[in-house]
Design a binder for this molecule. Structure first.
Ligand code: HMG
Length: 438
């Protein structure tokens, strides 16, 4: 069958590319050459990237940009951002400068607890199960000691093991709900290893528990896995200043600006259609730093959006207020990130990004990421409630349009000069290019 193949994983890289070229790309040599052009000439570096994932055929570049001038808890940071979308880095940088002149960002850790669960089926008396779980608390800890001993030396480990009854939703379904402290690691492997050992312990001890009937002894573990929902691993970032200090070359009427800004955030708090886009603006900043520092953006995304829905309706992640003449804008974000393990010591650009951030601990990185999200959100909502988003966004997007139309250096200079005084739109750029090319 065309398009299906057995043993693809066993082919070498050249063979994989050849199969793709033959099957999907009409054997076009130019396309194959382009795929190979993205290989790194340093073979060792290329091998490192090849082995990050499976069936690698080439690299897929994203730009690494820099947002300077972030004053966070009185320390200056230059934030690395990996993102494909124009105007995000500029917006973050602009918001950083704006708030640096007004005392900077304040960030604090609210808590750092991670969660994992063993999901299991138990057919029997609930009270007996409760007593059983209570009786083997110590065994869970001794059985996992070989996994947790190093983490314990660093001040982390298993914090609690509780039984959760979910039989209302699914017959006979219970959970071991386990909480962890994983210090500077994101902790996924650590947590999953602990949970799998705990599942083994659970089944083994149940078979030996004298009070159980034969049915009760036959605990069936469905799965053991960490949760990417971390509502107790939360960082707060905020900015504040007297309303009149919001005045700038762009904000002539700070009272009006502050009121409209708070109104826009309020709309995102109560209206899910707006909240999703509002939070997308937050994640522009968050994901870019998460990626640059080698963390798992899918885990962060999933957890953050679950958190945004925690009260039963999807809502804004950020909040704003004016109280006693003080404008305040803040965000609480659940962020399970690491500065050791995973890609952090493998990807050369991640190592540089972490160095640039002054080798942060996981909690410092949580604060930096939350600030990047808040800054991004501030820039977007400021634009939305003043000039509109398109003016700044399209100004930054201009280069992409020029690249799309393969503009020459001479054309670029002319187009950029023209749009210094005119609003950029796709059609206006195309029109101007056509005029220049006549
Ligand atoms: P501007 O006022 O035209 O910029 O803003 P400027 O040329 O006057 O420069 C001021 C500062 O902005 C610079 O200071 C930089 O910090 C930064 P300087 O470096 O000169 O000391 N800046 C730049 N940094 C790097 N490269 C550049 C650059 N240009 C300015 N080329 C800007 C232009 C785009 C910053 C502004 O209009 C803005 O913040 N817009 C918001 C853009 C935004 O939010 N983009 C995200 C994509 S849209 C989206 O996905 C989310 C959204 O839907 C979310 C939501 O709905 O809430 C909007």
């Amino acid at each position: 069958m065309i398009g299906s193949i057995n043993g693809f994983s066993k082919l070498n890289k050249e063979e994989k590319i050849n199969w793709i070229a033959k099957t999907y790309l009409n054997n076009q040599e130019a396309v194959v050459d382009l795929i190979k052009q993205y290989w790194n000439s340093d073979e060792e570096l290329q091998k490192l990237h090849d082995e990050f994932i499976e069936n690698t055929i080439t690299n897929f570049y994203l730009p690494l940009g820099i947002a300077p001038n972030f004053l966070i808890n009185d320390t200056w940071y230059t934030i690395p951002m990996v993102i494909e979308e124009s105007s995000v880095v500029a917006a973050a940088s602009k918001a950083a400068k704006f708030w640096a002149d007004r005392g900077g960002f304040k960030a604090s850790i609210l808590n750092t607890e991670k969660i994992g669960q063993v999901h299991f089926i138990y057919k029997g008396e609930k009270q007996k199960l409760e007593q059983f779980i209570q009786s083997i608390q110590g065994v869970f800890l001794t059985d996992t000691f070989s996994i947790t001993q190093n983490m314990q030396k660093r001040g982390g480990g298993i914090l609690s093991v509780t039984l959760r009854d979910k039989t209302d939703a699914i017959p006979n379904y219970y959970q071991l709900h386990v909480t962890f402290e994983t210090k500077d690691s994101m902790g996924a492997n650590f947590i999953n290893s602990c949970l799998e050992q705990m599942a083994t312990t659970l089944k083994r001890e149940a078979l030996q528990y004298a009070a159980f009937t034969e049915d009760e002894k036959a605990i069936d573990v469905v799965m053991s896995i960490l949760s990417n929902y971390v509502p107790n691993c939360v960082v707060r970032a905020e900015v504040s200043c007297p309303v009149e200090e919001l005045k700038s070359s762009e904000i002539q009427d700070p009272v009006l600006f502050a009121e409209k800004f708070v109104q826009a955030v309020r709309i995102a708090e109560i209206e899910p259609f707006r909240a999703v886009t509002h939070n997308k603006g937050v994640m522009n900043g968050v994901d870019a730093v998460v990626l640059a520092t080698g963390n798992d953006f899918r885990a962060i995304e999933a957890g953050v959006h679950a958190y945004a829905s925690r009260n039963g309706q999807y809502s804004s992640l950020s909040h704003a207020s004016i109280e006693a003449g003080i404008f305040r804008f803040w965000i609480d974000l659940p962020l399970a990130v690491g500065t050791v393990g995973g890609l952090t010591s493998l990807h050369p650009m991640v190592k540089i990004a972490l160095q640039m951030l002054q080798k942060p601990s996981a909690t410092q990185l949580m604060q930096i990421i939350a600030v990047a999200g808040l800054a991004q959100n501030f820039a977007a909502v400021k634009s939305l409630t003043t000039t509109g988003i398109q003016q700044g966004h399209m100004k930054m997007h201009l280069m992409n349009i020029l690249n799309q139309f393969k503009a020459t250096d001479e054309e670029r200079v002319k187009v950029v000069t023209h749009f210094e005084k005119n609003v950029v739109s796709h059609s206006a750029v195309v029109e101007l290019l056509e005029t220049l090319r006549k």
